[in-house]
Design a protein around this ligand. Structure first.
Ligand SMILES: O=P(O)(O)OC[C@H]1O[C@H](O)[C@H](O)[C@@H](O)[C@@H]1O
Length: 287
């Protein structure tokens, strides 16, 4: 493992005989995980903005301590938000590298963020976050832990906003939500029920009130997401119109990516009593 400078940022490169991974310390942002002889399991925009304070388009941005538009969050979350950007502040701040460890089979990296250190500009969030990455030749396990360090209840929302590649979004399906309820944010936030696999034909932006065992089937094969401690899943593809409006996103790239986000949001927000913690985990595997 080596800390290097890339695009003017501190980046931890994990060069293991069995796999390669790259984590930006800003945002504790994993942009690449590739077992030996494999492509990157994560999609990364060729037009990504790596400037300090910008969110990298691709990989796994950490949305914390709120997901999405502040105004769409439960009042207990929205009331704490001072810096009214979408998806919280964790994805654009520098995390501390807490621990690294590797063996002949795996590598582990832990980074932390203490929201009490940030000052008034970010509001009153008496929370600490830690993210643990565990890589092997066959899996990528990510655990986001949140701890309420105060003696009062604190409510937050979150997402591990994973970008996946596909060679053709029209031949891509997401399995695991048949019969699940979701909120269609593109249709007045109406509640609907999924029937069969999720298919893509233009913009999709949905909050599924379900999680668990998910399969992304693309022409290249199947990626599996197992989640724990997550009760929401966001499924997003910008379609041609939104893709053209996003500055860090090539116009045609909506056909070669999708996001399936391991989350706790809207009515599945997490309310931590003083001293309590919560863990949200995803495990990626292929085949
Ligand atoms: O552009 P960003 O702030 O990174 O957000 C990218 C996307 O994230 C989520 O998936 C939301 O559901 C989308 O509505 C949003 O467009």
């Amino acid at each position: 493992m080596e800390l290097v400078t890339q695009h003017g940022q501190q980046v931890l490169e994990i060069r293991h005989p069995e796999f390669f991974a790259r984590i930006f310390l800003q945002g504790a942002h994993l942009t690449e995980f590739a077992p030996r002889d494999s492509d990157n399991w994560l999609w990364l925009s060729s037009a990504a903005n790596y400037a300090p304070g910008a969110a990298i388009r691709g990989g796994i941005p950490i949305c914390w301590p709120w997901f999405g538009d502040p105004a769409k969050n439960p009042p207990e979350v929205a009331d704490r938000i001072v810096d009214a950007k979408a998806h919280g502040f964790a994805r654009t701040l520098l995390w501390a590298l807490e621990r690294t460890q590797s063996s002949d089979k795996s590598a582990e990296v832990t980074l932390t963020l203490d929201a009490r250190d940030l000052g008034d500009r970010f509001g009153d969030w008496p929370l600490t976050a830690s993210i643990a990455f565990e890589f092997t030749a066959k899996t990528c396990r990510i655990t986001l832990s949140t701890h309420n360090v105060s003696d009062q209840p604190v409510t937050y929302t979150e997402a591990l906003h994973t970008y996946f590649p596909t060679s053709d979004i029209h031949q891509t399906q997401v399995d695991g939500f048949d019969g699940s309820h979701y909120t269609d944010t593109l249709d007045n936030w109406q509640d609907r029920t999924q029937s069969g696999p999720i298919c893509f034909d233009g913009e999709v932006d949905r909050i599924y009130h379900a999680a668990g065992d998910i399969r992304i089937n693309t022409p290249e094969g199947t990626t599996r997401i197992e989640s724990n401690g997550s009760a929401s899943t966001i499924v997003w593809n910008p379609g041609p119109g939104k893709a053209a409006r996003l500055p860090d996103f090539p116009d045609a790239a909506w056909t070669s990516m999708l996001c399936v986000e391991t989350a706790n949001t809207t009515s599945n927000c997490i309310r931590l009593m003083g001293g309590e913690s919560h863990m949200t985990q995803l495990v990626l595997s292929r085949g």
